[in-house]
Write a protein that binds this ligand. Structure first.
Ligand SMILES: [Zn+2]
Length: 114
């Protein structure tokens, strides 16, 4: 989430911004305007207030999405992260992490059990 919002920089519709993939600390900083989240297409730092994405004058640090949080999220959808990155919503995030990072996170989360 949020889904289907247009990036204010590149104007592409992002199927899912995956705010929830950030760490709790980064989520709090984004809400406070101390950090921005990265557009998966153009990598610009975009502000997010819980409802809308917008341009900001001073983007601050761009928060990086957390590979383990993303993998746990995918597991809730009964997918590995690698499988999710092949879906329409996941495809923009191919390239955020290396193959080795994705494999390691999928193994770790699978080992956590259900
Ligand atoms: Zn963009």
């Amino acid at each position: 989430m949020p889904p289907e919002l247009k990036c204010p920089f590149c104007a592409l519709i992002v199927p899912d911004w995956h705010f929830e993939w950030h760490t709790k600390e980064d989520q709090a900083d984004v809400f406070l305007g101390k950090k921005t989240m990265a557009c998966p297409y153009c990598h610009a730092g975009v502000a997010f207030d819980g409802f809308a994405v917008s341009k900001v004058e001073l983007p601050g640090d761009v928060a990086m999405r957390d590979v383990v949080k993303a993998t746990r999220w995918a597991r809730v959808q009964s997918k590995s992260l690698r499988d999710y990155l092949e879906t329409r919503e996941g495809e923009p995030y191919v390239g955020v992490w290396t193959d080795a990072e994705i494999d390691a996170a999928d193994k770790l989360v699978a080992s956590e059990g259900a």
